[in-house]
Write a protein that binds this ligand. Sequence first.
Ligand code: ASP
Length: 326
Amino acid sequence: MKHIVIVATGGTIAGIGEKGKTVAYHAGEISIDDILVSIPNVKNVAELEIVQFMNVDSNEMNIDTWIALSNTINDIIIRDDVDGIVVTHGTDTIEETAYFLNLTIGSNKPIVLTGAMRPATATSADGPYNLYQAIALAANEEAVGQGVMVLFSNTIYSGRDIQKVNNYKIDAFDQKSFGCLGYMQDEKAYFFSKTFKTHTYLSRFAGKLDVLANVAIAYYYAGADSDILKYLSQHHQGIIIVGSGNGNYSKEWMRMINYCYEEYGTIFVRASRVPLGIVFSDHVFDPNEYCIASNTLSGQKARILLSLALSKTKDIQEIKEVFNQY
Ligand code: ASP
């Protein structure tokens, strides 16, 4: 039987509130052992080991907790007796943690994140079944080498592309234009696609982490004041612009980007506030080629990649390559 380690971090899956209700609950309250009690069949799927890493709402996650989590998982996953990892996590920032781990865990063993939209005390809580399927997926041979995945609502998503698209329904996730990696039927996994982007055991960012570069996000809207870019440049090494359309912005923002790049050496990435599509380099909005196109990454995922990239190099051409590859 496969040996799977559950690294629990909290979230709604470990949330409690008024019995039977789905609202006004507190995330990250009960232990993973208490959730496992409701899925006794899991003992036929894998042998389990529990690490209660933290127990918080996922809005408490940040670069420091990601580094600590990644270092912990890297230590566990190299053990010969470990076949895979499941990370329980809040849904609000699960897409960021999944992408961070996808870039920093140096192993091809399955790593599956999961969570819940309804607290453990709700009628028809979705957490126990998601956890059951996540454990089954982590124990599945076909999941080897697929990069970090997220299992939610019978669906297998890639850690690179998953995005929360609904803040209310239990089917809360999607992979934008790329559908999903596959589906699960109880403990059986059915894979249909895979990501072509570099991840986990092939990633240049895999391994022990220390400190990472400080990267901010600036959201563009019609009439947005460009002074925000100057302020952020004084406190950050990189800025992700979540622009309109193809990562666009006003002429005033363009002038300020040029100024901040030349004055402070700020590295800019253009992402888009539009959920679907791809951001390419653009000579109209970025004639000096000071901005890196985010490709299909959302602003919050581009921030993670730029933060890791800046910890290796300040060379804008090299960082452009990173954004094409990851
Ligand atoms: N606020 C919760 C969290 O992210 C939401 C959830 O888990 O669904 O921890």
